[in-house]
Design a protein around this ligand. Structure first.
Ligand SMILES: C[S@@+](CC[C@H](N)C(=O)[O-])C[C@H]1O[C@@H](n2cnc3c(N)ncnc32)[C@H](O)[C@@H]1O
Length: 307
């Protein structure tokens, strides 16, 4: 394994359900591909299945901006030896990643957006409102701004805009106001402290009991901290440019903001005659998968082929 500076974890390996992996294997025609790039390799669960479906002389490149996830993937994929290269990078830099590897083009790209069960389960990463932890939410632990920086330093109107734009949160104003009131008394530094403020700011009578009131605000902060939507547009644009003719790109998104960007970006390339859309409507998880993995319920898969 040529895993540039990435060490396999010695901790127990984590399981993450690879969303719609059967559909991915079928739609990417992996048995014919020579170079496959997983732009969000995570803990390597899709990767494992994809490598099993690929020819033994085909190359797999796995990218992620989270070092801990890469260490998990490294341990899981060691059995494939030199067929696998793992790189720590933001996928919006996919062009530099391939350039550094002296690879001009690839035959398949996959993006499985958001965060993994692993990241969510690690309380010290601060992604989950149900686990006490630092208000962090950085996918790349070396990046400068964490969620606590935003929550404690942005103005009320800036916070409201983030909650409204990236969380589609109806009570954005009330929650932003509650945060600025609280932080005048003490800094907001933990996940549960923030979840509690959101809970108190959300009117009891309109609460949707299927969704914790903090869900949308946590999603919004994660998107803002990691600048996820900018990276997504840049990543897809570059991947399409780097695809060989006949190669395919697959993107799994988990909320409407992401799906809108994926849909419009692929459609724009299709109007320019660069891509053929394979999935006219997004594919959603089948009944069996929904029984096996609840988070798949919000997943949408779109696939296109380079002309
Ligand atoms: C849903 S998980 C992917 C899980 C993976 N498919 C698997 O089977 O283990 C999404 C992953 O994408 C990574 N990620 C999100 N945005 C990224 C970006 N802009 N560049 C690189 N990695 C990113 C996250 O750190 C996370 O590990």
């Amino acid at each position: 394994m040529n895993a540039l500076e990435i060490m396999p974890t010695t901790m127990n390996q984590i399981y993450h359900y690879p969303v719609m992996y059967r559909e991915i294997l079928t739609l990417l025609n992996l048995s014919e591909k020579k170079v496959v790039v997983d732009c969000t390799v995570g803990v390597g669960s899709h990767a494992l299945r994809m490598l099993e479906a690929m020819k033994s002389d085909a190359l797999f490149i796995g990218i992620d901006r989270d070092e801990d996830s890469l260490s998990q993937a490294c341990a899981k994929l060691q059995i494939f030896g030199k067929r696998v290269i793992l790189i720590k990078s933001d996928f919006s830099n996919i062009d530099s990643v391939l350039l550094n590897l002296h690879i001009a083009k690839a035959d398949a790209f996959i993006f499985d957006l958001g965060i993994s069960t692993y990241q969510l389960s690690e309380s010290n990463r601060g992604f989950s409102f149900s686990k006490e932890g630092p208000l962090d939410m950085r996918m790349d632990k070396n990046s400068f701004v964490c969620a606590a920086d935003l929550v404690n330093n942005l103005s009320e109107i800036e916070l409201e805009n983030i909650f409204r734009k990236f969380g589609e949160e109806r009570y954005a104003y009330r929650i932003a106001r509650a945060i600025t009131d609280m932080r005048r008394r003490e800094p907001i530094v933990t996940t549960t402290q923030l979840a509690e403020i959101i809970l108190r700011a959300t009117p009891l009578k309109v609460r949707d009991w299927r969704l914790h009131p903090a869900t949308r605000v946590f999603q919004a902060l994660r998107i803002a901290v990691n600048r996820e939507l900018e990276a997504l547009k840049a990543g897809i644009d570059k991947a399409v440019t780097l695809l060989n003719a006949g190669g395919r790109i697959a993107v799994i998104s988990f909320h409407s903001l992401e799906d809108r960007i994926v849909k419009h970006t692929l459609r724009d390339f299709s109007h320019k005659g660069v891509l053929k859309i394979i999935t006219k409507k997004p594919i959603i998880a089948g009944e069996q998968e929904l029984l096996e993995n609840n988070p798949s319920r919000s997943a949408k898969l779109r696939v296109a082929e380079k002309i």
